[in-house]
Structure formats: C-alpha cells, structure tokens
Design a protein around this ligand. Structure first.
Ligand SMILES: [Zn+2]
Length: 438
C-alpha cells in the first residue's frame, strides 16, 4: 500500500501523511458564508476535500476520520442581505445553508461529520478572545477587540509574505483604535438593531477568523491533522487562524498539514467572482440539464492545486467520459479498487492520473469500486442513461408527433433520422410511438 502524500502549503513540499492518531484523523475545511447562492467555483473546495475525506476513510477506516466544515452564519454580507430583504439574518442564513447543502449533494459531496455554525459557538469564541487578551496577544479598544500582530513573531509563517505586502494585501482599514495597521478584528461592536451578543467588551459580534479557531478547538482539538481551503484563504484568513490558535494554545500548532485548492476560472475570463459577473451557479448548470455527477467529474478533471478552466467543452467531455464508463460498468456489484487508481489518489490526489487509469479499466466490478473512490458511478447504469437521455428522447418523440399532426412530414422524418443516428429506434403503433436502443 503506497503511503498517502499530501502537498503541505506550510513546507511547500509533498509530505507523507501520518495522522497523530490513525483512529481519529481530523480534517477541517473552511465552509461557506451563507448569504447567496454559491457559484460552481465555490464548490471546488467542497468536492476536492470530499475526495480527500473518502481517501482517508478508505485508508484509515470509515469511522476513524472526523471531517468538519463550518458554516459562517454571521457576517456583514449576511447583515446587508437581511436588511435588503427586510428579514432577520437567520432567514437568509437558513435558506442559503439549505441551498448550499442541496448543491453539494447534487455534486456527490457527502455531508461532513460536523458542520458547526458560527452562531452556535459564541461562548467558545468569547473564551478564546479572553485568553488572547490575557496572554497579551489582543487588546480591547473602542468596542473592538483586536489581535496585535507584532505580539506574534511567527505571524505570516504560512504565506511567507513580508509585513508590508501583508498590510497592503489585507487592505486593512486604518482605524484610530488600532495599535498597528496589521492588527485584525476578533470582536466588533453591533449597533442597536444589528445582530449581536453580550460580551465582556460590550454587545457585538465576532470577526470571521476567530470563528474557525474556536470551532476547531471545540470540535476537533488544539492541533488537527489537516486544514484545507481555497488558495485565496491563505492570507489573511489562515494566517490569522494560525496566529489566534497558536497564541491561545501555548504555541501548539493549529494543523499538521495545510492543503489549498486552486481557483476555478471561466474560459477566457478572470477568476470567477461575483464582482466580475462571470459567475455560474450549480443550480443554473443543473437547470441546463447537466447532471451533478458530470459537474463533479469536471471539477476533478484538473489537479486540485492547479487552476481549472470551466467551459462548456469541459462539461461535454466529462459527460462523454461518464457515458462511456457507465456502459462498461453495467450494473454489477463493486469489486476491489484498482491499485493504480488508488496510488494516483494517494499521490497528493492526482485526479488527472486517477481518471486516466479509471478509463483503462475494462472489468466492470473493478471499475465500479475504483470510481467509488472518486465519488463517481454512484448510480445504476440504467438510471444514468434514463435520466437525461430518455427525457430528451421523449421530448423529440413529442415534437415528431406534433410535426406529423401539422403534416410536416419532412420534420417528422428528420427527427426520426436524428434519433436513429444516436441508436434510438422508433416504433409506431396505434397506441403511439415507443422506442428502443438499436
Ligand atoms: Zn476558516
């Protein structure tokens, strides 16, 4: 059995993965801020770390992995969305958390073992902030509590940026209550009418970064095995998580391995983002008739650390590959996974190699088992082809019947010929038209 190798952002190298306790492997991934419909790029992390969780469960045992992905349900964008709609923030967060989970499920993402919400972990955040103040790493000023960056000589260890670049990169607001421009918010005041909680520093709400540190401590422990997220989270979010947790835990590191996935871009466009308007949601893609499994394969087609260019062609290629695999797999029980697929995944989740190995398998039982490692071929072959193909065939048959009715026999013949080309044979009878595959 080949060892699992993971690229660790902290060391900039692939390292053999050895959990602190193989009976309790801990994985934490920063989850969604639930205030709008997430775009397909947001789900790359969900799919990549779902794949990692599957690999870890395969290696260490189904019940020996604890995967936590948080839900950020208090945030200025949520407050703004709620104000725009004239509803409580919880109305917004519940709606978009449900939609996020529905989209993730469509992509074959298994629910994590723990999905803590920020608003359920306020006591832990307040306690951690108190500890940081006590230890001289944070200070209260003007209703805010700030982490004092110069108090932590190791700050910036993950991204290895210099201090000026970090200050510029964070676009930190220069506020009079800050001792240092790099200091970041742990707690901020809430005006009356804005969601808030009582704290030793007045009524307010937590900053984003402290959420993850406090939830990891509560649900997984001081030091976890793997922390994951998108590459855009390295700075400032993960630097800040690291600083908070290490300083609150007498120097114990937050995570033993740091994994980051690359961006998704639209073909011919910049990084997918709301502000650039080049956004497509999973719901829109499903609405266009694409299956979640096709989108999952497309999201796994590039190595997770590389950028992934999203295009209609990528979706079409992914669907064609699944059509082919489903035909080979037929409906047989899964056998034993292919060693080559496993080895590719164990080598820092090398999905391009794993998928090419998968394509070379001709034994249906082996193919089913190997595809399952990637969360693919989860349906029966009949269900896969019934789903989209049959709906389309039925639609075309209805169009042909309508054409005949209006005596447009040329169009009716054209539809029949088109279907015949796809191996669909139509059989007319007094009861109507039925079809079969050639
Ligand atoms: Zn986080």
């Amino acid at each position: 059995m080949s060892p699992i190798l993971l690229h660790d952002t902290m060391t900039r190298s692939k390292r053999v993965f050895e959990p602190a306790d193989p009976r309790r492997v801990t994985l934490y991934v920063c989850g969604p801020t639930v205030y709008n419909r997430a775009h397909v790029g947001n789900f790359r992390a969900a799919v990549v770390f779902d794949l990692l969780a599957r690999l870890l469960r395969h290696r260490f045992g189904e019940d020996n992995v604890i995967y936590a992905r948080n839900v950020t349900d208090v945030d200025d964008k949520i407050i703004e969305a709620a104000r725009n709609e004239g509803v409580e923030p919880a109305v917004i967060t519940r709606r978009f958390e449900e939609l996020y989970l529905a989209d993730a499920a469509a992509l074959g993402v298994r629910p994590p073992d723990i999905a803590p919400r920020a608003t359920d972990n306020l006591a832990e955040m307040i306690a951690m902030i108190g500890k940081l103040i006590e230890a001289g790493h944070a200070y209260a000023a003007d209703g805010h509590v700030l982490f004092h960056v110069p108090s932590d000589p190791d700050y910036g260890v993950l991204g290895r940026r210099d201090r000026d670049a970090m200050i510029a990169g964070a676009r930190v607001e220069v506020a009079t209550y800050k001792k240092d421009p790099a200091d970041f918010v742990l707690w901020k005041p809430s005006q009356p009418g804005v969601i808030g909680w009582e704290s030793p520093w007045g009524r307010g709400r937590p900053g984003w970064h402290i959420e993850c540190s406090a939830m990891i401590e509560r649900h997984l422990g001081q030091t976890i095995d793997i922390h994951g997220g998108g590459i855009d989270l390295i700075f400032p979010h993960h630097e800040n998580e690291i600083a908070q947790s290490r300083c609150a835990h007498d120097g114990a590191p937050l995570a033993r391995y740091w994994l980051h996935n690359g961006f998704l871009s639209m073909a011919g466009a910049e990084k997918m983002s709301k502000s650039l308007g080049n956004v497509v949601t999973v719901a829109e893609l499903l609405g266009q008739g694409h299956k979640g499994e096709t989108l999952r394969l497309a999201l796994l087609s590039a190595h997770y650390r590389q950028p992934l260019e999203w295009s209609g062609q990528l979706i079409a290629q992914s669907k064609a590959m699944l059509d082919r695999l489903y035909r080979i797999a037929a409906d047989v029980p899964a056998g034993t996974p292919d060693e080559g697929v496993l080895a590719a995944l164990a080598d820092d989740l090398n999905t391009p190699l794993a998928l090419s190995r998968l394509s070379a398998i001709d034994d249906p039982a082996t193919l089913r088992a190997s595809a399952a490692l990637l969360g693919l071929l989860g349906s029966s072959t009949a269900a896969w082809f019934r789903g989209e193909g049959d709906v389309r065939v039925d639609e075309l048959i209805a169009q042909r019947a309508a054409a005949k009715q209006r005596r447009d026999f040329a169009e009716a013949d054209r539809i029949r010929a088109d279907l015949a080309e796809q191996g669909i044979i139509l059989e007319d009878s007094p009861a109507g038209t039925s079809w079969r595959r050639a």
